[in-house]
Design a protein around this ligand. Structure first.
Ligand SMILES: [Zn+2]
Ligand SMILES: [Zn+2]
Length: 335
């Protein structure tokens, strides 16, 4: 949840505090959260490294001066000779996502006295059970599908066997349109939490209309899908393609059914071909192994050959078993 070794900082904050007489230079608690990557006052990316010596910045130590790098001792605020940033400015989506993250993490921090700390597995488990019950009538599979998370993961969280990382909880809460605090503490779902999930990548909350608006860049997506088909790289399943493009798979299928089916067919074909290739390779290995074992005076049994193969399980395939019989026949061990 909290990063203890590295903390992120905003150079603009430092500069602002330095130039105003009544402000002290400090490290806001929010900078300690890995999930927070932007400064919400300046909409600028936070830095993990000193811009001068590029070393990762630890939390303020007793011997270091606030606002200065503990290694090269240079000022961390923006100045005239401040090194130019190699970071790309945050996108609109990132700003929206981060604004939400900062708000909900801030709310969590402000209410920490009322929360058992550190975050207990049972509390998170109860929250998941509540949401699975209320969103999908207790159906974990349907809930997991809605969030596009593997079912067994949700089940483990529900059972309290594993505690999801804060980043995961944040994404889920964003999708469910509920604050992390409400997620963990509210017994019943608020009226405002939508039954229709949003995803950080493609749904943008329009502040003027307060309606969920799906931003779908049709032309760009079509080009990207076409690229996937034309590339010489290893074919990917549609799930991976969807993840790469940042849209749910069903959205892609709805807009470009033919392209999606073609990509999927390519992947199936590739998987079939690579399976055949593997089997052929196994057959070749079996042939060599039979000769080797035989010259050592050992009977080429399935067990003896298995020991020499890269993938011992390949005798499950009948083509490989046939290759063994053929190899034995060649050295007159089988009629
Ligand atoms: Zn700032
Ligand atoms: Zn430094």
């Amino acid at each position: 949840m909290l990063s203890s070794t590295v903390i992120q900082r905003c150079p603009y904050c430092y500069e602002e505090w330095c130039s105003s007489k009544d402000k002290v230079i400090y490290e806001p608690l929010i900078w300690f959260f890995e999930a927070v990557t932007l400064c919400h006052w300046h909409n600028q990316s936070l830095y993990q490294q000193c811009p001068h010596c590029k070393r990762e910045l630890p939390p303020l130590a007793s011997y270091s001066r606030p606002g200065y790098c503990p290694y090269c001792l240079k000022w961390l605020g923006v100045t005239a000779n401040y090194p130019s940033s190699d970071k790309t400015p945050p996108s609109k989506e990132e700003i929206i996502w981060q604004t939400w993250v900062i708000k909900t993490v801030g709310e969590l921090l402000a209410n920490t006295p009322h929360l058992p700390k550190p975050l207990k597995r049972e509390i998170v488990a109860q929250a998941f059970c509540r949401y699975v019950n209320q969103f999908t009538e207790g159906n974990t599979a349907a809930f997991a599908r809605m969030l596009e998370i593997p079912k067994n993961k949700v089940w483990m969280w529900q059972m309290g066997k594993v505690l999801p990382e804060l980043n995961v909880i944040l994404k889920i809460c964003f999708t469910l349109q509920v604050s992390v605090l409400d997620f963990l503490t509210q017994e019943t779902l608020k009226e405002t939490s939508s039954k229709f999930p949003a995803t950080p990548q493609n749904q943008v909350r329009d502040s003027s209309t307060k309606k969920l608006e799906v931003k779908f860049d049709s032309d760009r997506t079509q080009k990207l899908l076409e690229n996937v088909l034309q590339t010489n790289e290893q074919p990917l399943p549609m799930t991976a393609v969807a993840k790469r493009l940042g849209y749910p798979k069903r959205v892609l299928y709805r807009h470009f059914p033919e392209l999606c089916r073609a990509i999927s067919a390519e992947y199936v074909k590739y998987m079939k071909e690579s399976r055949l290739k593997r089997i052929d390779q196994c057959c070749e290995e079996v042939k060599l192994a039979v000769r080797q074992v035989y010259t050592e005076g050992i009977y080429p049994s399935e067990a003896a050959i298995s020991k020499l193969l890269a993938k011992p399980g390949c005798f499950r395939d009948k083509k490989v078993r046939a290759a063994l019989r053929a190899a034995r026949r060649e050295i007159c061990l089988e009629p």
